[in-house]
Design a binder for this molecule. Structure first.
Ligand code: AMP
Ligand code: TRP
Length: 330
């Protein structure tokens, strides 16, 4: 009773990096006790780029297993699959009719994607942020924990909520972004000036949540550093700074503690220990992941049960919207 609502989601479009884990999932876990949380697997968003159907099915269950293995708890949070809830697509349609072409055309993510190639410039890519707004607004969400890159999309969701509320009458809660400063951006191990991303063509740039210990050790060893040779947290040493952030998140130690411990040792020893804390952090997640992937019946139980609640809550909002717009009750 009286708990605030949190909503967030990730696309099931392949393996996740420790950037996704630190920047998104790890924050979601800490919100579960205090808030009424909805964590979604946004498969409707995923098809805005071409998908191989059987891979999409596989990626969806893998992402659900990663959610659970990382510590999202179906007893506390509603962990569901977007396409199971018809209200998402239905509200998107209504919100499309109050979205301005100009504003959608100014979305950075759309501009980047449309500049990259004409080939797959489908209407879904253009209205992608409207679907994201529908996700959020259906649950009367207070807070949306996302990375910095999603801030503009969240602004749009707020605009659409306010526009609808003004045009008809108060219907949607206007959501706030929740963007953490620490770990908001984990950088590439090969180029500490760019974001760690699974679409990096150099696989040494990222660590996947499911990377095996030897692979993690190899990637950390090859991480780009500098010739200064002292473990110190500053913007002259972006590679070391990034490794210190990673170490800090996985070990729970403060940056100061890490500086004190490694200030006098070389990079070799520091990198070895970074790799070890990452391995120690990821191994239990990987073991649980394997367990969930072997228990498809359990996964099915989780997403079906969550869909019942998500459907009930989202239909309450959708019914209000339909009534206000002037549709006759079904
Ligand atoms: P994406 O994989 O870009 O769809 O992002 C899914 C979620 O992970 C979003 O909330 C992103 O902001 C977050 N995220 C992705 N990459 C990173 C990174 N390198 N550092 C921090 N957060 C990230
Ligand atoms: N667009 C988000 C991303 O690329 C994913 C997403 C879809 C989302 N719907 C959402 C995130 C609702 C937060 C809330 O990361």
């Amino acid at each position: 009773m009286g708990k605030k609502t949190v909503f967030s989601g990730i696309q099931p479009s392949g393996s996740l990096t420790i950037g996704n884990y630190i920047g998104a999932i790890k924050n979601w876990i800490s919100l579960q006790n205090e808030y009424d949380c909805y964590y979604c697997i946004v498969d409707l968003h995923a098809i805005t780029v071409p998908q191989v159907p059987k891979d999409l099915r596989k990626n969806t269950l893998e992402l659900l297993s990663i959610y659970l293995a990382s510590g999202l708890d179906p007893e506390k949070s509603t962990i569901f699959i977007q396409s199971h809830i018809p209200a998402h697509a239905e509200l998107t349609w209504v919100l499309n009719t109050i979205s301005y072409m100009g504003q959608l055309g100014r979305m950075t993510q759309y501009k980047e994607k449309s500049q990259r190639s004409e080939e797959n410039l489908n209407a879904g890519l253009f209205t992608y942020p409207v679907l994201m707004a529908a996700d959020i607004l259906l649950y009367q969400t207070d807070l949306v924990p996302v990375g910095e890159d999603q801030k503009q999309h969240l602004e749009l969701a707020r605009d659409l909520a306010e526009r609808f509320n003004n045009r008809y009458s108060p219907t949607f809660k206007v959501p706030e972004p929740l963007i953490k400063k620490e770990g908001a951006k984990i950088m590439s191990l090969q180029n500490p000036k760019s974001k760690m991303s699974k679409s990096d063509e150099n696989e040494n740039g990222y660590i996947l949540i499911l990377d095996k210990p030897d692979v993690i050790r190899k990637k950390v060893k090859r991480a780009v550093t500098d010739s200064i040779g002292k473990v110190k947290y500053n913007d002259e040493q972006l590679g070391i700074k990034n490794l210190m952030n990673i170490y800090s998140v996985f070990s729970g130690d403060s940056i100061q503690e890490i500086e004190n411990r490694y200030g006098g040792t070389g990079y070799g020893k520091f990198k070895e220990d970074v790799a070890e804390v990452v391995v120690e952090g990821l191994t239990p997640i990987q073991e649980k992941y394997d367990y969930y992937m072997k228990n498809k019946d359990y996964l099915e139980k989780v997403y079906k049960q969550a869909a019942e609640k998500a459907n009930y809550i989202s239909m309450k909002t959708l019914r209000k919207v339909y009534r206000k717009v002037g549709f006759i009750q079904r």
